[in-house]
Design a protein around this ligand. Sequence first.
Ligand code: UD2
Length: 364
Amino acid sequence: MLRQLSRTHILISFAFLLLFLGAVYIYSGHDISSFRVCPPCEDNPKPEVTYVSQDVVINDCPVTDSWRIRDLKMQTGLKYAQPSTQKGRTDVNSVTNWNAPLVWEGTFDPVVIDAIYKKMDPRVAVVVFAVGKYTRFLKGFLESGEKYFLVDFRVTYYIFTDHKEEVPKIELGKGRKISVVSIPSATRWQDVVLGRMKWATITIDEQIRNESDYLFMMDIDSVFHNRFGAESLSQLSAVLHRGYYKDSRSRFPYERRPESKAYIPVDEGDYYYTAAVWGGYLEEMYKLVKYCYIQSEEDAKNNIEAAWQEESHLNKYLLYNKPTKVLSPEYLWSDYDRVPEDIKVVRISQLVKNYAEVRPNGGH
Ligand code: UD2
């Protein structure tokens, strides 16, 4: 009887042990995935910056990363103009005060830079949203992207839309794809704009992570006009907003209310970056997109919406986590504005649109 009892005891204890181990396994799996990023928050306002100079990555990445720029390797026999130590752009600054490149036409040789990145043959994801009437912009964006955006590189356009039947059939180059992601409609344009952070976070987790090495977030209401090439690639690349690149920091439209998570004091700031074009290594972008999502959710809980939605959160992040490349406003101009002398090439331009007509809840 005693022997019988202890055997039953052992069996029951074993079953409990198995259950316990199973629970620990599931919990730790969950734990790992939810802590893959550590979004900066008020407890951690200045997260560690992995310092990268001129695109040479110092940290190690546990995932397969042969596409990362470690050595600036180039094939033998490539023909290009000799670089000069004396001549270059003198009308603009081409380096930031943290020694990252500030990219303008004339600061790189397209032949050299494409050859270097082509050696890695990275897969590039472009995430765009076309919700409601914004599907009308897809054709122009995609057709011009095929002509000018990272030509000869592997590119997948991830189109997030509530009208998948309106995604046009476009002739795509070799190695280029379209992947349609269905999302619900929205009644406020602000919800579409901020919802981008949520849907992109979820979809990177579920799908894009396995298919891409670099990721760009872009507005759809724009058209490429000139080369947008490998000079735009880095760990984290941000574009100077055309409207503020000559202004003093006190004029930047940062979020100035301390109640918002996007708050930046009036005497701080490097540049004002646009949220219409930003890109980088997939995991860096994931971290940043998720940060914007979490911070805007926190704001919503406190009944506040940052002045320029995700753009405000993006600017806060980039102030304390410096981008490894800053792209000049050539990388997003606007048909609303005259092109000044220092913009030698407009690579992509925002279209003029009737905000009241195209947005679900009217204008600005
Ligand atoms: C500016 C920024 C934009 C974002 C926004 C926040 C520029 C060029 N763009 O854009 O990146 O920070 O301000 O207020 O500075 N969309 C839809 N359906 C909608 C509404 C928006 O699909 O009903 C998507 C679409 O991809 C669009 C993007 O969201 O390109 C940004 O919306 P917008 O173009 O209406 O905002 P805009 O021009 O004020």
